[in-house]
Design a protein around this ligand. Structure first.
Ligand code: ADP
Ligand code: MG
Ligand code: ZN
Length: 478
């Protein structure tokens, strides 16, 4: 069998989380009662006129800057005509020849290596409604709440070479959208969806070959599975002496297979033409510049900085930066300089992540603050409380919102680190366990652990264990 290379290009649709829709003032919210967020404009009633929501342009330009695009400050919106019951107007307003943003790129990290993926374009468009099916009614029901929800479509060049790269690309796009706060990126609510284009070619060749486009890919996992399925399918055809035909296929995640939808011959002609009811978009340069300056440090840059400044492993850096609230908490704690960055990272990724997972809360919905977390970690680092007690105090803090120092005090969690008192305690244990002391001095190393255990027991578990071990070792050698 020949050696093949997979070539992938992705078209990502992300819903923008503006308050209102793209061409009317209806609320753009998910999960509302069917057909309650609609008006003549988004229902496509004859005579209703659209007005562009400026926020949509701003959000899209911000994404354009984040993906290093050129911004077309003068561009139009175009009608893409097709018939489908979830599209009452009979056309979708999108952008054809001139998108708002184009010619950018995105750096992704795959297995520790950076890869640059070119971005062909980002354009703005409106979403369509949704068809619902109800057992009580044999036909389809149309919910138009989603009509006119703003979308950006981000189209990559065919620069991705494996399902792992595609996944990293999607995850990076998602983390940037979240970081900019312009999309909720909830896969299960369909707020980010993608079409996957796949072709295969002999390794070492440069020309692009015939591709298939897969629709209905509703999760990153489905994208990975779909790419692998499709590459295997195409390679089998080629190895069997066949040829690939350009077609659109539908991914069935339940079956783990894709099925033909339409070939190039019956490809739709969308009869694009400029939307006559909307003005040409004209954005002034100053605004483009101001939006550029409003871009925060992006996840990718943050990951590299954490690896460099704090010596974090890529996986830890990626996990911390994955969630903006998490990264903000980490940075505020690290800036205080009161505890070790590595410990802050561990507390956030272990105890805090478990708590937010278990309760389904966001960090901002819990009682945690940078001050509380640093104080708690500081007490553990100083040995005032044990690590185990620290975990208990953490949970109590999260559940009750009490201050960590108060919890340690009121729950009597502090360990005894008073050298004088601990020396006295060790002396008492030695005189009660003279045989063990002799054993140790006669070379039975095991006796040390026993003596330390006895000291801890006598202290009721309150003695600082590392200090006890130090004192016992020292006194045994006297
Ligand atoms: P269309 O207008 O038919 O959707 P585009 O040129 O816009 O075609 O390409 C759509 C997507 O297909 C882009 O993401 C692009 O990178 C990808 N693509 C184009 N050619 C190939 C190919 N040979 N193999 C894989 N992906 C491809
Ligand atoms: Mg396309
Ligand atoms: Zn409306």
């Amino acid at each position: 069998m020949k050696d093949y290379e997979i070539v992938i290009g992705l078209e990502v649709h992300a819903e923008l989380n503006t308050q209102s829709k793209i061409y009317c003032s209806c609320r753009s919210a998910f999960g509302m009662d069917v057909n309650t967020q609609i008006c003549p404009v988004c229902m496509g009633l004859p005579g209703a006129l659209p007005t562009l929501n400026e926020k949509v342009v701003e959000y899209a330009i911000r994404m354009g800057h984040a993906l290093n695009c050129h911004i077309n400050t003068v561009c139009r919106q175009d009608r893409k005509n097709y018939f489908y019951p979830d599209l009452p107007k009979g056309y979708q307003i999108s952008q054809a020849d001139v998108p708002l943003c184009e010619n950018g790129y995105l750096d992704i990290l795959v297995g520790g290596e950076a890869r640059r993926i070119r971005v062909n374009r980002i354009h703005i468009e409106e979403d369509a409604g949704k068809l619902l099916h109800d057992g009580a009614y044999p036909g389809s029901l149309a919910d138009l709440n989603r009509c006119g929800v703003p979308l950006i479509e981000i189209v990559s060049e065919p620069d991705l070479r494996s399902s792992a790269e595609a996944r990293a690309y999607l995850e990076t796009i998602r983390s940037i959208l979240l970081c900019l706060g312009i999309s909720d990126c909830k896969m299960q609510e369909g707020s980010i969806r993608c079409d996957v284009n796949v072709s295969v070619r002999e390794k070492g060749t440069r020309e692009l070959t015939v591709r298939c486009e897969m629709k209905n890919v509703n999760s990153f996992r489905a994208a990975v599975r779909g790419i692998e399925y499709e590459a295997k399918r195409q390679i089998e055809i080629l190895e069997g002496g066949g040829t690939i035909i350009q077609e659109t296929r539908r991914w069935d995640d339940g079956k783990g297979m894709s099925f033909p939808m339409r070939t190039k011959e019956d490809a739709q002609d969308y009869r694009y033409f400029p939307e006559p009811d909307l003005l040409t978009i004209v954005v002034d340069e100053e605004k483009v510049q101001a939006l550029k300056e409003s871009i925060p440090e992006l996840p990718h840059a943050k990951i590299r900085r954490y690896m460099k400044d704090y010596g974090f492993a890529e996986i830890d850096a990626a996990l911390i930066t994955e969630d903006i609230e998490r990264a903000a908490l980490f940075e505020a704690c690290a800036e205080s300089g009161r505890c070790k960055p590595k410990n802050i990272c561990n507390w956030i990724l272990a105890d805090l992540a478990k708590y937010t997972n278990d309760t389904g809360q966001k960090i901002s919905q819990t009682p945690i603050t940078p001050k509380r977390l640093t104080e708690l970690i500081e007490q553990v680092e100083k040995g005032v409380i044990s690590n185990t007690a620290g975990k208990k105090a953490f949970l109590l803090m999260m559940e009750t919102g009490r201050e960590p120092l108060a919890i340690i005090e009121e729950e009597g969690m502090a360990q005894n680190s008073n050298r004088e008192e601990l020396r006295q305690l060790v002396r008492e244990v030695f005189s009660d366990n003279q045989k063990s002391v002799l054993d140790y001095r006669n070379g039975k190393g095991k006796a040390l652990g026993y003596l330390v255990g006895q000291c801890m027991k006598r202290s009721g578990g309150k003695a600082n264990p590392s200090l006890i071990r130090e004192i016992v070792t020292h006194m045994l050698s006297e």
